[in-house]
Design a protein around this ligand. Structure first.
Ligand SMILES: C[S@@+](CC[C@H](N)C(=O)[O-])C[C@H]1O[C@@H](n2cnc3c(N)ncnc32)[C@H](O)[C@@H]1O
Length: 410
């Protein structure tokens, strides 16, 4: 159905749709007619905060982004303000219909309404109905999986994308598992996430969707990568998804100045994993999820002649030497995190048939640095003595870490 509206009808239509139980999302974007407005795009969606329905307004400007949450009864004023900006396009999605409102240069308001083929559930009902063990289940239309090229529009996983699909779900399970532990369920503000070495951003987009749209935990994610091309593609995908609070920057890990609550370092190559760990420690992130890969640092230093004759049979063969060096590297990383105040465990990320890069370091911040654990520092010193190496993680954690080790070694 399509028709022209005057301004008052338009206000009534938008406010009514936003306040309805079936409301899912409204996007205000495009040129602003006759007003100056610092925002390029504003996305409104319902969220649940401390058991109460709120509306989250995510304002995206050319150089800054702001998020504000309003209670159900407070929403009319900010909506009125948005309408006053005169955005050329307003798109509203509810469980029953898509509403598209366009304002022409001459100020004519044109509205198109289309019923959705199958009524869409509210996010709460959807979250409730999803199979509990699988964050993004198969067989159900999911715009994220479709845009990422993983599933067909009717929710069937493409055979060539099966491994990626499994990896995404396993990653989201790990994330869900530690959210409570890291006390990230109810911060009273957006959870800030830094994804180090985001690559093509499959896991970044999945985490953003899962936290914001399924678990209703308002979260903003910054993905960084040194590769310009993957950053461009990631930003394009985020745009197609209409995802707000999702940013990408072409940067080196360790050069970003953000106070992240969560740091991801998923398959960040070689010592980029250490740089990400150091960034998490520096910003006192509550949670780090890291899947290391492409270890080279200690592979170059540990040799068959190695630390002890007893280990010669283990280190004689190249592949075993390499796997041992990988494990030693990750043992140093996990231990360094414990020393720096993180409860750390190392778990299988995805079964080996899906990917050989299947070891995940999970670290939750539990302790102030002022209370280091002497036993763990001693373990660290002994491990270094045995392997006769100084791992890169020690160098990149810098003074605070080195001082702790030095003080115990004396
Ligand atoms: C194997 S991909 C992983 C992508 C994604 N995290 C995933 O798990 O699917 C590794 C990415 O890390 C990026 N990378 C490696 N070293 C980096 C560094 N020092 N700073 C930023 N990005 C880095 C690479 O450009 C690459 O895109």
């Amino acid at each position: 159905m399509e028709k022209n509206l005057d301004r008052d009808d338009m206000r009534e239509l938008i406010t009514g749709a936003v306040q309805s139980d079936a409301f899912r999302r409204a996007t205000f974007a495009g040129a602003t007619r006759g007003t100056s407005c610092e925002w390029v795009r504003v996305v409104v969606r319902p969220i649940d905060l401390r058991g109460q329905r709120h509306f989250q307004f995510a304002y995206q400007g050319a150089t800054k982004a702001v998020t504000k949450n309003f209670l159900d009864g407070e929403v009319e004023e900010p909506i009125d303000e948005l309408i006053g900006y005169g955005f050329a396009g307003v798109h509203i999605t509810t469980g029953a219909e898509e509403i598209d409102i366009r304002t022409s240069r001459k100020g004519l308001v044109h509205v198109g309404r289309h019923k959705v083929k199958e009524p869409v559930e509210t996010p709460e009902a959807e979250a409730h109905n999803r199979v509990k063990d699988v964050p993004l289940p198969e067989g159900k239309a999911d715009v994220l999986l479709e845009i990422m090229g993983i599933a067909t529009p009717d929710g069937r996983v493409r055979p060539t994308m099966r491994a990626k699909f499994t990896q995404i779900n396993e990653f989201l399970k790990q994330l869900r598992h530690v959210l409570d532990d890291a006390k990230l369920h109810d911060l009273g503000r957006d959870v800030s996430i830094l994804d180090c070495g985001c690559g093509s951003s499959y896991l970044t987009l999945a985490a953003h969707h899962y936290l914001n749209d399924v678990l209703n935990i308002p979260s903003r994610i910054l993905g960084v990568d040194v590769n310009e091309e993957v950053i461009r593609k990631s930003a394009e995908r985020a745009d197609r998804l209409g995802a707000d609070n999702l940013f990408f920057e072409c940067r080196r890990i360790g050069t970003v100045d953000v106070q992240a609550d969560i740091v991801f370092a998923l398959h960040a190559c070689d010592t980029a994993t250490d740089d990400a760990i150091a960034q998490a420690v520096r910003s006192e992130a509550r949670l780090l999820l890291s899947v290391p890969c492409c270890h080279h640092d200690l592979n170059k230093v540990i040799s068959a002649g190695g630390p002890s004759e007893v280990l010669r049979p283990l280190l004689r063969h190249g592949i075993m030497l390499q796997r041992t060096a990988d494990l030693v590297t990750d043992a140093f990383r996990a231990l360094a995190l414990r020393i720096m105040g993180y409860r750390t465990d190392v778990v299988e990320f995805v079964a080996t048939e899906h990917t050989p890069r299947n070891l995940m370091i999970r670290a939750v911040r539990v302790r102030e640095l002022a209370k280091p654990q002497a036993a763990e520092i001693s373990e660290y010193i002994e491990l270094k003595r045995f392997w006769r190496v100084t791992p890169y993680i020690e160098k990149v954690l810098g003074e605070p870490f080195q001082q702790l080790v030095k003080a115990t070694a004396l």
